[in-house]
Ligand binder design. Structure first.
Ligand code: NAP
Ligand code: MG
Length: 472
């Protein structure tokens, strides 16, 4: 068992204020495979003070120097790629192959892309007699969830460091071990003390302490809309900057002329990815009523190819959910769907056969879904799809937009220009057209209750910068 009984504060590994430890559970076996320190609000205070003290000199280092540190972190993470993929496959349940690509590969790439952005970004601008400068916002508290844990951490830590900010990271309790690997790498990269700090422990205590701390200038949060709301309210007391990446209820909009096979494959992939524990999961499939029966049949057949099982088995396409609580929540939603009058095409609220250890759920498809039903409105965060029929394109767009969320979605149609016109009418921060690939440099973030701010690439960097005008 891996024991991480120290926190990373002010450039060294130090004991937490308490000796209590938190168990980290392997989602596929339910065994405790690691333990981490349970920090408290004293530790949060120490970490913020270290970050504050480090800010002045770090913010004045050259961009080139900061970029070199990011490259070193990228190299350190690359050397531990298999380790990261293994840890996250246990923590979250992501199938190992996907874990290598997404849970390890994506964050590693984020550090290198930020290092590269250093030379391309417009750090200065001129308007008339003014010189416009971009300066770091200050001490950043990064609070992250468990579903793509290191990716979500990298999307905050890499641009914050490049901008010249110092960071206190509070990772999710369910998936903290990957953050310890990052701290090891950062320690080896020789970042000045206090520039990066890691404290693990409950969000209700440590997270709130960070958000309320006078010396924190910005909170960058990814997680639930509920917690995001609370963070926004507390941060407003000190007019702190807040970036929020929250939930979603994205739609795959299949137009009348779409290649049905491709649209269904693409939509199902984006629904079942990471067992549906994906904020951009496409959990609603909007289909022309004339094609409903055909879609139901094809979706059922293709869902059968999503083998559920051990994240380390080669045949697995859908791993377990992250925790017993998350599994129970998803099962409850399946029962809610049935009680709302939706019809199950495949799956159901019973554990998949032969998997009695681990937090497994069957990929489940509902049809006959009205968009007003809870299963179509609320973020389930599990492998559950709602098929919704529409009569006209106008109605399809209205259904896609009839959501408190606005994170992502997809449009499929044979006429690409027309599909783009439809995509423009979807009120979300991202839309895939005909399966366009995820772009790790494109701005990522939400409209409506999916949050504010953008992550990744140059727009992600801008979130961590203040803008100053010098009149000359
Ligand atoms: P969450 O409760 O919002 O947790 C996200 C992060 O915030 C964790 O590090 C958490 O710490 C921390 N936190 C919790 N309460 C806090 C508070 N009062 N102040 C400051 N920080 C706090 O999300 P979750 O429990 O991981 O998942 C719940 C639901 O959120 C999911 O079912 C899903 O619907 C949604 N979600 C969305 C995304 C996304 O990417 N948009 C990601 C994950 C989850 P602890 O780990 O210690 O609780
Ligand atoms: Mg929580």
């Amino acid at each position: 068992m891996e024991i991480r009984d120290k926190l990373y504060i002010d450039g060294s590994w130090v004991p937490a204020s308490t000796t209590e430890m938190l168990d980290v559970i392997h989602s596929g076996t339910e065994e405790v495979f690691a333990q981490v320190s349970r920090g408290n609000s004293n530790d949060a205070d120490k970490a913020v003070k270290a970050a504050r003290a480090a800010f002045d000199s770090w913010s004045r280092t050259s961009i080139d120097e900061r970029s070199k540190y990011l490259s070193r972190i990228n190299e350190g993470l690359s050397a531990r790629m298999a380790d990261i993929a293994t840890v996250v496959a246990k923590e979250v349940g992501t199938p190992f192959m996907l874990s290598q690509m997404i849970q390890a590969g994506l964050p590693i790439m984020t550090f290198s892309s930020m290092a590269q952005l250093a030379t391309e970004f417009e750090w200065e601008d001129h308007i008339g007699n003014s010189l416009i400068l971009k300066e770091p916002v200050g001490v950043v508290a990064a609070i992250t969830p468990w579903n793509y844990p290191l990716h979500q951490i990298a999307a905050k830590v890499a641009p914050a460091l490049l901008a010249g900010c110092t960071v206190v990271l509070k990772p999710a309790e369910l998936a903290p071990v990957n953050a310890y690997i990052l701290a090891d790498v950062i320690d080896e990269a020789g970042l000045p003390p206090g520039v990066f700090n890691l404290i693990s422990g409950p969000g209700s205590e440590i997270g709130e302490a960070l958000v309320a701390h006078r010396e924190v200038d910005m909170i960058s949060f990814t997680g639930s809309t509920e917690v995001g709301k609370r963070i926004g309210a507390i941060a407003a007391q000190d007019i702190k900057r807040v970036a929020l990446e929250l939930g979603g209820k994205s739609a795959t909009l299949i137009l009348e002329d779409a290649d049905l096979g491709a649209a269904i494959s693409g939509g199902l992939f984006m629904c079942y990815l990471n067992s549906g524990q994906t904020c951009i999961a496409q959990t609603r499939m909007l289909v022309p009523r004339s094609k409903l029966a055909e879609v139901e049949e094809r979706v059922a057949a293709e869902t059968a190819t999503y083998t559920v099982g051990d994240p380390f088995a080669d045949s697995t396409r859908v791993g377990p959910l992250v925790s017993a609580k998350q599994r129970d929540r998803v099962m409850d939603y399946i029962k809610i769907g049935e009680s709302e009058g939706a019809r199950i095409v495949t799956g159901g609220a019973e554990a998949p056969e032969g998997l009695d250890k681990g937090f497994y759920v069957q990929p489940t498809v509902f049809t006959g879904v009205e968009n007003s039903m809870r299963i179509a409105q609320e973020e389930i965060f599990g492998p559950v799809l709602s098929i919704i029929a529409y009569d006209t394109e106008k109605q399809a767009i209205e259904i896609a937009n009839d959501s408190i969320y606005g994170l992502s979605g997809a449009v499929w149609g044979a006429d690409k220009d027309h599909a783009i016109e439809v995509a423009k009418q979807i009120r979300t921060g991202q839309v895939e057209v005909n399966g366009g690939a995820f772009n790790p440099l494109a701005p990522f973030g939400g409209y409506k209750k999916s949050g504010h701010g953008r992550e990744l690439g140059k727009y992600g960097l801008e979130d961590f910068l203040e803008i100053k005008s010098l009149q000359l």
